[in-house]
Write a protein that binds this ligand. Structure first.
Ligand code: FES
Length: 127
């Protein structure tokens, strides 16, 4: 386990209708109050993920590794609703799409990170 992220105890459920969030298996990513407008690294099932809250209050979850040199995006900074890598400045929106490459006009199609859907229910963030 990385020293920068703590392993989140996995609590999962499957829905069977009613008020459940999804028919898929979900895992607890964090308490809802733990995720703010600051980058929060975590690890779930061995995957490094960075969480943050967008300006509209929704939670974004991205793969915590820049596609350029794999610096954790959690070591970067938030700019509006985007995350800027702390190394060379590639910038990603909450869908994982690269929106800016410093010094380049064209953005390579491989410059993207995985994004994860998040559901906020019962005081928890489910991923
Ligand atoms: S490592 Fe992220 S921009 Fe280079």
């Amino acid at each position: 386990m990385s020293s920068r992220a703590r392993e989140v105890p996995v609590l999962a459920f499957t829905s069977s209708g009613g008020r459940h969030v999804s028919s898929k298996l979900l895992y607890v990513a964090a308490w809802d109050h733990e995720v703010t407008d600051q980058l929060k690294p975590t690890r779930i099932l061995g995957e490094d993920i960075v969480l943050y809250r967008r300006t509209d209050g929704a939670v974004a979850a991205l793969e915590d590794a820049c596609p350029h040199r794999k610096l954790p995006l959690s070591m970067g900074r938030i700019k509006g609703d985007t995350v800027e890598c702390g190394y060379h400045g590639l910038t990603f929106d909450s869908t994982g799409t690269c929106t800016r490459v410093p010094g380049a006009e064209k953005i390579p199609h491989v410059a993207c990170v995985r994004s994860y859907p998040i559901a906020e229910r019962y005081g928890l963030l489910w991923i």
